[in-house]
Design a protein around this ligand. Structure first.
Ligand code: KG4
Ligand code: ZN
Length: 318
């Protein structure tokens, strides 16, 4: 089954053609970083306009690179939630119109479920699995019973992990998006500052605003503090907070594997901490490659494939 995936929920326009949920025939991403960088965050109106400009050329490029004709597409899928409404509408309207023109079905996809499907092309995990999404807009924990069965266990009560990376980066005078430059700065740390682990006690929900405030106060009270030591301490606190939450979830849901996804997983320090944690717990950890951790359309096509053709005995079909 050949699925065309479309992603436009935030500031990346992405289109991909994926066969049978595994073989990526083409995958294109147009990042809008340079459009929003000067504003220090995503400007929704500019994002939708840029999606509109990018989406058709990306689709045509995917067809060309894959060597397939449009008529070979069996299913069109686009992210329809959650995200910026104007941006989502561009992808969904394009996808629906294309599907109508090709006389093929259209499926609307959940962005967080797509993030957790990003490593499925490398082989399905043993289920049940915990699913951790850490992105610019979301920090969410799922119980994944099958490739088509996602149950939300908890989410952030305030800022998302990536959002806090971006805010702390701004305080440290780093460019937007803040995650990558903050990670690079942290590599120069000599004595990382110890910050309290973020989280909500006895709950599957996350909270990162306390850590954000702690870092900002620390910088005000210690103007002499080295930016690299603050960055490294902050990054470590985020990692420990996420691991604490996974441990708490593991106590309640004895799973076999852990799926991860979302832009913050591009962080090498966090990847290494999660790897070490999973090894210590005897769990198999699935972390998509960096390109597939960030917003992309392969994950949308893969999610759509498993909604359309769930493996036998794999739970509900919507
Ligand atoms: O998943 P994503 O591409 O878009 C959303 O769905 O939000 O995630 C973007 C977020 C941004 O907040 C960005 O700063 C963060 O991921 N990010 C990182 C790194 N690369 C991207 N955070 C920490 N370390 C990184 N290397
Ligand atoms: Zn995302």
């Amino acid at each position: 089954m050949l699925v065309l995936g479309i992603e436009s929920s935030c500031d990346e326009t992405a289109v991909a053609l994926v066969a049978d949920g595994r073989r990526v025939l083409a995958a294109e991403v147009a990042s809008q970083e340079e459009v929003h960088a000067r504003y220090g965050g995503v400007v929704p109106e500019l994002a939708s306009r840029r999606h509109l400009e990018s989406i058709l050329p990306l689709y045509l490029l995917c067809l060309e690179k894959s060597g397939r004709a449009a008529t070979a597409i069996d299913l069109v899928a686009a992210t329809v939630r959650p995200g910026l409404s104007g941006s989502l509408l561009v992808g969904e309207a394009f996808g629906r119109a294309l599907a109508a023109g090709l006389e093929k079905p259209f499926l609307g996809i959940d962005h967080l479920e797509a993030h957790l499907s990003a490593s499925f092309p490398e082989g399905l995990p043993d289920f049940p699995a915990l699913g951790l999404v850490v992105s610019g807009g979301h920090s969410s924990l799922f119980l994944v019973n099958a490739p088509d069965d996602f149950r939300l266990l908890g989410q952030t009560r305030d800022d998302a992990a990536g959002e806090v990376f971006d805010k702390i980066a701004r305080v440290l005078d780093l460019p937007y998006p803040g995650g990558p430059p903050l990670e690079r700065l942290a590599l120069q740390a000599r004595k990382p500052v110890r910050f309290p682990k973020p989280g909500v006690r006895n709950s599957l929900d996350f909270s990162f605003s306390g850590l954000k405030t702690a870092v900002i106060y620390y910088l005000q009270e210690h103007p002499e503090a080295g930016a690299a030591d603050v960055a490294a301490g902050f990054q470590a606190a985020v990692a420990e907070g996420l691991i604490n939450k996974l441990d708490y979830a593991l106590g309640r849901f004895p799973v076999k594997s852990v799926l991860t996804g979302g832009g913050v997983l591009a962080n090498r320090f966090l990847r290494a901490r999660l790897e070490a944690w999973a090894q210590g717990r005897g769990l198999r950890l699935y972390v998509p490659g960096i390109e597939r951790s960030l917003d992309n359309a392969v994950m949308v096509a893969v999610r759509a494939f498993y909604r359309q053709t769930p493996p036998p005995g794999s739970g509900r079909r919507r």
